[in-house]
Each structure stands twice: as structure tokens, then as C-alpha cells.
Design a protein around this ligand. Structure first.
Ligand code: MLT
Ligand code: ZN
Length: 443
């Protein structure tokens, strides 16, 4: 595909990263298409940007060096759901929510649940090692991948990993490729681990006067010995956006926890969580969802946060920093200090259970952008100071590449570049991602 309107569709993702118009887009429908594209790219020295759903937040699917966008959304088959071995074999263009529905019809469960699950695809989830609310109990995409079919620049096809739960043969290249942000290989098939669908669910929201109280309650819930599958937190500014979107929330509340437990003992566990939350300082109310419809409404309100908060300003950037859970309150306090120091409007929500918070910066006037960049730099430094990491689920991509040296030593970055060189000596695959100024991305 080379028409200019068509090319423009493949020049962006859901980040604000501005790339270069690709010269061509390949709409692959088979592994052979992917291998042939990577062979031609190698022969002619053309950069290739792989892409599945294009819902990424850090520019991972944005072609910063032009060349070819290799779109894999046309490989969209669920090839197998193996009940006996608890495995699904899927192609990269399967929408994550469709995979959930398909395995749940069989009484099975695939846990990774990025909030964009109605549009994001397995290929992007693999590339970014995506997480979601259920990661607190069940882990992220990497924890559910047993094996991959992957293609290298030049056209070689690799099968890595296994179809068994156990298996320690050789280096764990599956773990390396998942989360490599499309810089090492292009996936055409994944063998995923499944588990039986947890039998029962119980969901509640707990309201607090302020985020510091909500953050303290997160610690108290876990100390009480309960591991909810989701433990989400919304701050006051986020609650204001939720109210503006038409959802009624007690006006006394300046923070909310959305808590979900699963398994046979879920009702008893939720009762315990409710007791702990009610006894916590700053508690306003605890409301238990009475039925599936009410639970779905709570989750719909949570899942629409990214879109609802986008309406608050012309520009919005959602970071996904992670700190040790015990530092959650300090991260929120530092975020407020950063807002005051830079004058940049912000709000925070996210996966409090695993310390992974979406600090969102909002601005209307392009002249504010330098202050926003200052605020982001301060947030990244604070995160690392608190013992955290720059990205919990959105990846480094283009947006955060310049901050990588804050977290990782020069030696570690150099070693990763050497690994990249082994897979892709000409640095043609997804240039400009993860590492500051590497390959064609630095042109
Ligand atoms: C979320 O948790 O809603 C997503 O990761 C997207 C975001 O809001 O940044
Ligand atoms: Zn998230």
C-alpha cells in the first residue's frame, strides 16, 4: 500500500510521537508475508516498523525513520484452544478482549487485561509486555507466554519457547523477545498459557478523603493477608473527570480504590477488605457491587478513564511509572510538588496494588510544552529515587528513550545494544525505540 491517505493511517499510534510518513505499508496476512518483507528490507537496507493494533502510548508503532510499516493485524486467527493442556495458540492480530471472550466460553482464563482490551491486539501486548489491572495478582503478558514464532530481519524464522508449562532448555529467548518493543523480531504466532476461569468474583469501591489515606489503605489491605486481583486507585482530579463524564461519586471523596477479589473465598475476602478499608484513616464509604451489572458499570467507568481524561485538555500525556508499593504516598506527594514547581496540571490514577501509576500531564497551549517536559523529567527522576522504574506497561518507545540512562547504567545499555546488534546488525527493525539515538531513529 503506498497511497498517501493510507500511509498517514499507519504513521501514528495513540501517543503524541510524531514520526515520518512511511514509504510503504505491508498488510501481512501470513508468516510468509512477514518473512518476505523482512528479507526485502534487509536486502535494500530499508527500516521496518512492526505494528499490530496501533494503540501504544509511547510511539512503539510510529515509523520515525520512514521505510516500511509491517502491519500484522491481518493475522487474526485464534488457531487453537487446547483445554487438556491449558494453552491457546494465537496470531498477533487477535484483539485481546476477543481472546478473553473465546477462552472464557470454554471455562478458561487469560489474565492480561490492558484497559484498551476492546481494541489492542496480542502482537502489541507481546511487544510491550503489556499489563493491566489484573497484573497485581496474575502478572503481565510475559508471565502468560510459553512460546513464539518470530521472524528476524533477513527473513529467518525462529520458534522459541515451548508448549509445556515447565521447560528450561537453553536461554529464555521467549522472555527476551516479549517486551523487546519490536526491536528484535516480528511475531506471527504466540503460544499462551491459560488457567481455569476463577469461579467467583467480588468487587467493591472504597472512598477516602484524600490519596494519602487511600495509599495507606492499599498497604493495610495487603498486610491483612488478602491479595485482590485488582487494586486500582483514582485521585481527586481523576474523580472530578469521572463525575464530569456523568458517573455519580460521593462528593466527600477525594480518592477511590476499586478492589476486586476472585476465587472460591472471594466474598469472605472482600468482607475483610471492606473492614480494613472502613477502619483506615480518611475512610468515607465502602460500596460493594451487588451484581454483575453493577460490577460491569464500575469497570466501564475505570476503563474509560484514559478517554475521559483526554477531554480535559487539548494535550494529555499518561506516564506509567512504578514505585515500590510502600512508596505510593510519597510518589503522589512528589507529583503534587512537581505540579506546583512547573505549573503543569496533572492527575493520577492506576494500578496501586503493584505501584504502577498513570501520572497524566494536561495542557492546552503549545507554549506550555517545555514546562511539561520539565515535569516529566522530574517525575522520572523521582521515580528512580524512590526505587522505581520508568515504565510498568506502556514501554519506553520513543517517548521515554531519553530517560533510560536515569534508570540503567551505561554498561547495561551498551550490553542491550550488543544484543540488538546480534538480532539486527543493520539496525533496521523498529529504529528509534528504547535506546536514545540509535540507528535510523537518530537520523
Ligand atoms: C490504563 O490503565 O487505563 C491504561 O494503561 C492507559 C492509561 O490510562 O495510561
Ligand atoms: Zn494502565
Amino acid at each position: 500500500m503506498t497511497g498517501s491517505d493510507a500511509l498517514a493511517t499507519y504513521a501514528t499510534d495513540e501517543s503524541d510521537v510524531e514520526g515520518r510518513m512511511p514509504d510503504a505499508v505491508v498488510l501481512a496476512t501470513s508468516g510468509e508475508d512477514v518473512a518476505a518483507t523482512l528479507a526485502v528490507a534487509d536486502e535494500w537496507g530499508v527500516p521496518v516498523t512492526p505494528r499490530a493494533g496501533g494503540t501504544g502510548r509511547t510511539g512503539g508503532a510510529v515509523p520515525v525513520a520512514g521505510g516500511i510499516v509491517l502491519a500484522t493485524h491481518g493475522l487474526a486467527r485464534i488457531k487453537e484452544i487446547d483445554r487438556a493442556n491449558l494453552i491457546a495458540v494465537v496470531e498477533p492480530g487477535v484483539v485481546t478482549g476477543d481472546l478473553h471472550a473465546a477462552v472464557e466460553r470454554e471455562g478458561l482464563f487469560y489474565a492480561p487485561d490492558p484497559n484498551s482490551l476492546d481494541s489492542c491486539m496480542i502482537g502489541g501486548n507481546l511487544a510491550e509486555n503489556a499489563g493491566g489491572p489484573r497484573a497485581f495478582k496474575y502478572g503481565v503478558t510475559r508471565d502468560w507466554v510459553l512460546g513464539l514464532e518470530a521472524h528476524l530481519v533477513g527473513g529467518r524464522t525462529l520458534r522459541v519457547g515451548k508448549r509445556t508449562v515447565k521447560g528450561v532448555t537453553g536461554y529464555d529467548l521467549t522472555a527476551l523477545l516479549v517486551g523487546s518493543e519490536g526491536t528484535l523480531a516480528v511475531f506471527t504466532e504466540a503460544t499462551l498459557r491459560l488457567v481455569p476461569k476463577p469461579p467467583l468474583l467480588a468487587t467493591a469501591l472504597a472512598l477516602f478523603t484524600d490519596v494519602a489515606s487511600a495509599a495507606a489503605a492499599v498497604g493495610a489491605i495487603i498486610e491483612a493477608g488478602v491479595v485482590p486481583r485488582c487494586l486500582e486507585m483514582l485521585d481527586a482530579a481523576t474523580l472530578a473527570a469521572v463525575r464530569a463524564a456523568g458517573v455519580a461519586v460521593d462528593l466527600r471523596a477525594g480518592a477511590m480504590l476499586l478492589i476486586e477479589v476472585d476465587g472460591e473465598a472471594s466474598e469472605a475476602a472482600l468482607l475483610r477488605v471492606g473492614e480494613v478499608a472502613s477502619a483506615a484513616a480518611g475512610s468515607v464509604d465502602v460500596v460493594v457491587a451487588q451484581d454483575a451489572a453493577q460490577r460491569d458499570r464500575l469497570w466501564a467507568a475505570r476503563r474509560m478513564l484514559s478517554r475521559a481524561t483526554r477531554k480535559l485538555a487539548r494535550h494529555k500525556l499518561s506516564e506509567d511509572v512504578v514505585v515500590p508499593r510502600s512508596k505510593l504516598a510519597e510518589l503522589i506527594a512528589r507529583t503534587d510538588e512537581i505540579g506546583e514547581a512547573t505549573g503543569v496540571r496533572h492527575l493520577t490514577y492506576g494500578h496501586a496494588g503493584d505501584g504502577n501509576m498513570h501520572v497524566n500531564f494536561l495542557w492546552d497551549d503549545d507554549a506550555e510544552r517545555p514546562s511539561v517536559d520539565r515535569a516529566i523529567g522530574m517525575l522520572m527522576r523521582s521515580t528512580v529515587d524512590l526505587g522505581g522504574t520508568l515504565s510498568g506497561e506502556h514501554g519506553i518507545g520513543v517517548s521515554k528513550a531519553q530517560y533510560l540512562p536515569l534508570e540503567q547504567s551505561a554498561e547495561l545499555i551498551a550490553l542491550q545494544r550488543e544484543i540488538k546488534h546480534v538480532f539486527d546488525p543493520k539496525e533496521l527493525l523498529n529504529p528509534g525505540k528504547i535506546f536514545p539515538n540509535i540507528g535510523h531513529g537518530g537520523c
